[in-house]
Design a protein around this ligand. Structure first.
Ligand SMILES: [Zn+2]
Length: 557
């Protein structure tokens, strides 16, 4: 059977110009051209990393180029058919244009954690990521190739011939990729060994592989219940007549230690906390991850960074479930994007949609909303309580939206989410103003706790991860942990105890102040909070309990 000749001009169409220009292309040529387009136009960050930062030799760079292009052409050859080619490539061109823009603008690596961040981004966060500066790159890298694609006629072949051509194409691309790899074997194996993260820069393979990884890890509709931990958890009995304890755990967002006044930053970004001598500061605290999606589950897990296993962490219950099991009342109050599974099945209150006209603008609320109704929410019922306040904190890139006008003290600020339009100094000013507001929020929370009469109160604050503000050309966060700069992992952390709480816990605060000077991490929080609430369980690791060495043990306990 012969197919109709698709190269003849369309019948009855006499109009000249590009409207009649509909070149015919075989699917294999299309796969190769698309792959070349990706390599040449959408992998700027990859070439910048290889040639600019790692300074590899040109012949090796050329080999990488051939290898990547041939391999991505091979992968396209596996999935492109006459029916799938146009819809599939349309999605790929558009998604790749977005990826290339964000990778270029913020130097982000598209690994599974980053894809999880993207998938869990809510409408509010997404709207802050759309900026005018991305229109031109999206037109050039996304819309233009899609328009050209739909002008194409795809060559028809008999199935027998199509099969032969395709097999030939797949073998040829594999051979070319193999030849490029073989010719640069030593350099390539060294690169793969020492710079593993470079693979997260190869677009679009990076986000497709990451997406597959995320979907395979938790297939939609196949949600498993969390595996219980600490099933033996029990709270030690209290002395008769002791007041219930209330621990407020403030989970910060994107605050980094380098800009934290208490940690020695040249600017005073924490004036209110600095005026509180009873605050205990931890200047050397490390986060478990460089993104909310990694840090939050990790911080509340017994496995933490020291025994890091993402799958295990996500499939098991959290600190909050152990506390709940031991009879401690838990509550998560959220001004951000949820608790990332760590409060599953436990009391949860979202305040990000609150309508308080003084604190909310109909879209977002300032963090003080987390204090609204707090004392009612913790009305005494005799039980100890742990309340998590999940801040919006310094969530970027729209730092300028994170603080009320009176905290706009460092100027000029960057009053747009398009960081490319601002100088680094402006970006840092907005970021530091947002820290001033967190300082105020924490001081106010401590003041609220000082007023609470029916509980012994305490507060722990730690940020989930840091942020890059232009160092090494990096912005925002989410760099793979193994190569993450200190700006993204070194975070502020502090504690405050009411005198009654400290006395009841037999906490030697002078000892704790000495301990606080040393290195600590998110990994310390799981056992420390269990210890603070007197919960005993097999999952309690005394060696990591920050208070263990500063607690005077009474006889017989
Ligand atoms: Zn975060």
């Amino acid at each position: 059977m012969t197919s109709p000749d698709q190269t003849a001009p369309a019948r009855g169409d006499q109009r000249a110009g590009w409207r009649t220009l509909r070149p015919t292309l075989g699917l294999e040529s299309l796969a190769l051209l698309s792959s070349l387009f990706f390599s040449l136009c959408c992998n700027g960050l990859l070439w910048h990393r290889l040639l600019g930062e790692l300074q590899i030799q040109l012949p090796f760079a050329f080999a990488v180029f051939v290898f990547v292009t041939a391999l991505q052409a091979f992968l396209l050859g596996l999935v492109l058919t006459r029916w799938t080619a146009k819809p599939l490539l349309t999605v790929l061109f558009v998604a790749t244009a977005f990826s290339a823009y964000y990778m270029g603008a913020y130097k982000v690596y598209l690994d599974a954690d980053m894809i999880r961040n993207v998938l869990h981004t809510d409408v509010k966060e997404a709207s802050e990521l759309f900026v005018a500066g991305m229109i031109l790159p999206l037109l050039l890298l996304g819309v233009l190739p899609v328009v050209l694609l739909w002008r194409l006629r795809l060559r028809r072949r008999t199935w027998r011939r199509a099969l032969l051509v395709r097999i030939g194409f797949l073998i040829a691309t594999l051979l070319v990729a193999a030849a490029a790899a073989a010719l640069s074997f030593q350099d390539l194996s060294a690169l793969v060994r020492n710079q593993r993260e470079v693979r997260y820069l190869v677009t679009p393979s990076n986000y497709i592989a990451a997406l597959l990884k995320v979907v395979m890890a938790s297939p939609p509709g196949m949600k498993q219940p969390l595996v219980p931990i600490g099933e033996d958890a029990k709270q030690l009995p209290r002395a008769a007549g002791a007041r219930p304890r209330l621990l407020v755990f403030v989970l910060g967002e994107t605050a980094r230690a380098q800009n934290w006044g208490l940690d020695g930053y040249a600017r005073q970004t924490t004036p209110e906390l600095a005026a509180m001598p009873d605050v205990i500061n931890f200047p050397d605290a490390s986060a478990c991850g460089t993104s909310t999606e990694v840090s939050v589950p990790c911080l509340f897990s017994p496995y933490g960074r020291h025994d890091y296993n993402e799958k295990k962490i996500r499939s098991h219950q959290s600190l909050l479930h152990v506390l709940d099991r031991a009879g401690v009342g838990v509550l998560w109050r959220d001004n951000q994007s949820g608790c990332k599974g760590v409060c599953e099945g436990l009391p949860f209150e979202s305040l990000s949609d609150a309508r308080d006209p003084a604190l909310c603008n109909g879209n977002r609320c300032f963090d003080e909303i987390l204090l609204s109704g707090l004392t009612q929410a913790i009305a005494a019922d005799g039980r100890d309580r742990v309340v998590v306040l999940h801040q919006l904190g310094n969530h970027g890139p729209a730092y300028y939206l994170r603080y009320p006008p009176r905290f706009r003290r460092f100027t000029p600020t960057c009053d747009t989410e398009d960081l490319g339009k601002c100088s680094v100094a402006q970006i840092v000013n907005s970021y530091d103003n947002a820290l001033l507001y967190t300082d105020h929020f924490l001081a106010k929370t401590i003041d609220v706790l000082k007023q609470v009469q029916d509980h012994d109160t305490a507060l722990i604050y730690v940020s989930d991860h840091g942020e890059s503000l232009g160092e090494k050309g990096l912005f925002l966060h989410g760099v793979p942990y193994a190569i993450a700069p200190r700006e993204q992992t070194h975070v502020p952390m502090l504690m405050w105890f009411s005198p009654d709480f400290a006395r009841d816990q037999r906490l030697d605060l002078a000892c704790l102040r000495r301990e606080a000077a040393g290195p600590v991490s998110h990994d310390n929080l799981f056992p420390s909070i269990l210890g603070l609430m007197d919960v005993r369980s097999k999952v309690y690791d005394r060696g990591r309990d920050l208070f263990a060495r500063c607690r005077q043990q009474p006889a017989g306990r």
